[in-house]
Ligand binder design. Structure first.
Ligand SMILES: O=C(O)CCC(=O)N[C@@H](CCC(=O)O)C(=O)O
Ligand SMILES: [Zn+2]
Length: 348
């Protein structure tokens, strides 16, 4: 049996193993590759990797890379699975400690965004709310938090987390990253370089703390974290993986600990937006005036009414604003969309 089969079973890889164990906890397994890299399958979709002692880790960094937090966002899942298959086949060697996560196995198996509740709204303290008690997604959020906390305590230096997604709508800016809000910080230059290397050309700065996975790892683990949107969500078997080589190559380079490419500092490499307003479903009187089929980053002129209810009417302010993640089908209290505009200040 090769290492892959020892970890995941005959004929399986990480993805097929995760789908096959979607409904139950998988037993913990540990294997060591011939080069000394250790792998510990902690649970379904939860894999810890550690290079052998003494292997150079040039930037002394540790990586958390997650996909499948939404089960129907399949391309990033396939990207991570392929990178792991390459590593297990001995095509390259791992330089840094890493936690790889496929977030919501039952939703992946069902081809759905989530089963009972959106996992990416349950991090931080949110999974403890009474209304989520007993739900599998609340348990999973807590399990992922504990795994990340254990990883961060063991490898606190230069912790980075990339939470990979694809979007429901088409997007006028196809690949973009969201930077969770943490008071008083700005995006490090090396992170911008990495996003550009991954062919992500748009960055959206959040305006307040959230309950997403990336927000949790930024705020509570002190990680440099991003939610990275890589294109449109499609079912397994319908992705054109040639559209994802940017992120795949950039992540592989980081995992191997290779030098980054020389950044081109002469051009405007990334366009920065900031969130100016988060639209929430306010309940029965809520009316959302953005059509269902509108693309992310569609621009609205000043004065346009975006949503209203019996007490409030939100109009675009003095400068044009764009809509991101419009989705009227969310429970009361949850996000229907983000209004964003170009950020004036900043080098990035
Ligand atoms: O396309 C959509 O409407 C959602 C795509 C998606 O899952 N995006 C993340 C963004 C997380 C963040 O706001 O940082 C999400 O909604 O959870
Ligand atoms: Zn998503």
């Amino acid at each position: 049996m090769n290492v892959r089969e020892l970890l995941f079973g005959r004929g399986r890889d990480w993805l097929s193993h995760t789908l096959s164990t979607a409904e139950h906890a998988s037993s913990e397994k540990v294997v060591v590759l011939s080069d000394g890299t250790g792998l510990q399958l902690q649970d379904s979709g939860l894999l810890y990797l550690e290079p052998p002692a003494g292997r150079p880790n040039p930037d002394n960094e540790s990586l958390i890379v997650s996909a499948g937090i939404h089960g129907n966002e399949t391309a990033p899942i396939e990207v991570l699975n392929s990178l792991l298959n390459e590593l297990l086949a001995g095509n390259w060697q791992l330089a840094c400690p890493m936690l790889l996560i496929l977030g919501n196995p039952p939703a992946m198996d069902a081809g759905e965004r989530f089963i009972e509740v959106n996992l990416n709204r349950l991090f931080g303290e949110a999974h403890r709310k009474p209304e989520y008690r007993g739900l599998a997604e609340a348990e999973r959020a807590w399990e992922l938090e504990r795994a990340c906390q254990a990883f961060a305590s063991k490898h606190p230096a230069n912790l980075c987390h990339y939470d990979l997604h694809t979007a429901i709508r088409p997007s006028l800016r196809e690949k973009f990253a969201l930077y969770p809000f943490v008071a008083g910080r700005d995006v490090p230059r090396a992170q911008i370089d990495f996003l550009v290397e991954a062919e992500v050309d748009t960055l959206l700065m959040q305006h307040r703390e959230g309950t997403t996975f990336a927000s949790f790892s930024s705020t509570l683990l002190g990680a440099e974290s991003f939610t990275v949107e890589l294109g449109k969500a499609r079912p397994f078997g319908h992705n054109d993986l040639s559209q994802f080589t940017g992120i795949s190559n950039a992540l592989r380079r980081r995992m191997k600990g290779d030098e980054p490419p020389e950044p081109d500092r002469t051009s405007n490499r990334i366009t920065v937006f900031e969130v100016v307003h988060e639209i929430l479903n306010t309940g029965p009187g809520f009316r959302f005036h953005v059509p269902d089929d509108v693309a992310n980053f569609t621009i609205y002129d000043p004065g346009t009414v975006i949503w209203e209810d019996d007490a409030t009417c939100y109009r675009v302010g003095d400068e044009p604003e764009a809509i991101v993640f419009p989705n009227r089908n969310v429970p009361v209290g949850q996000r229907v969309g983000l209004m964003v505009r170009h950020r004036h200040r900043g080098h990035t």
